[in-house]
Design a protein around this ligand. Structure first.
Ligand code: SAH
Length: 244
């Protein structure tokens, strides 16, 4: 008899931000697959096999999860944050398209608190008006697409949440992204650098885009660029509810 496949979001880092639904799925799993640092957030126990893998092995991991579930496992694929936001849920459905024999498996996607929501809550309410989210990694899309989306988001006056801003293998893209936004006239907008939200080394810095530098972001940072109305009140940053 076949098992089940659950794709679960572990939230931004703190155990307090894991949903009860996800905790239950982890507690009853026989197999947990995911990027090694996320799998290491799950405590080992008898009857549970942990399958940590490399960050780039997403499609292979998804295919293996389908196989294990078809063999009867209670399989959970974990992502950080929400599994549908730049994460494993899409990879599983991509693998399912390639392996239609698994399409009748019971599959569930369990939401988690995505980094942009955790970061926004810490800063105040910077996503209180219309916003968009952009993944700055050009591993899975051409840089020209990222630039075009940034330009149009700036023109439309969205607040912009930027995931994967900068990594050792992509040190230059974030500087280019800041330059695109400056060219689009966003120099005076507020930018929030939210690093390691809900982890012990959490840090939040807010300044104007003109004062922002590429080194302020790394792979543990979520960057939110405010819209033209985004402002400070005390130590908080918020987007007013009304746009005139
Ligand atoms: N599925 C995840 C996103 C994966 S992409 C989610 O929904 O949150 C990985 C990116 O998410 C990181 O490069 C960073 O930009 C952001 N991120 C994840 N956890 C974070 C945290 N605790 N604090 C700040 N940014 C975080």
């Amino acid at each position: 008899m076949s098992g089940t496949l659950t794709i679960a979001g572990l939230g931004p880092g703190s155990d307090a931000l894991v949903t009860p639904e996800v905790s239950t799925a982890l507690a009853t799993a026989t197999d947990i697959l995911g990027y090694a640092p996320y799998v290491s957030r799950v405590a080992p126990r008898p009857g549970l096999t942990l399958h940590p893998s490399d960050n780039r092995a997403e499609l292979q991991r998804a295919a293996e999860a389908l196989r294990l579930a078809a063999d009867g496992g209670e399989v959970v694929v974990v992502s950080s944050g929400d599994p549908g936001v730049f994460a494993m849920a899409s990879a599983v459905f991509e693998a399912l398209e390639l392996a239609p024999q698994y399409q009748d498996l019971p599959i569930r996607v369990l939401p988690g608190i995505t980094a942009m929501l955790a970061a926004a809550a810490r800063a105040g309410a910077p996503l209180g008006h219309d916003f968009c989210a952009i993944n700055l990694s050009d591993n899975l899309k051409p840089w020209a697409v990222i630039e075009k989306r940034l330009r149009l988001a700036a023109e439309a006056d969205f607040s912009i949440a930027m995931y994967n801003p900068r990594s050792a293998s992509r040190p230059d893209g974030f500087g280019r992204a800041l330059a695109v936004l400056k060219d689009a006239g966003c120099g005076e907008r507020l930018v929030i650098f939210a690093r390691a939200i809900s982890a012990p080394d959490e840090k939040i810095v807010t300044l104007t885009l003109d004062d922002a530098t590429p080194e302020m972001a790394d792979m543990r940072t979520l960057v939110i660029v405010g819209n033209s109305q985004t402002r400070r009140v005390g130590r908080w940053v918020y987007a007013p509810r009304q746009v005139r």
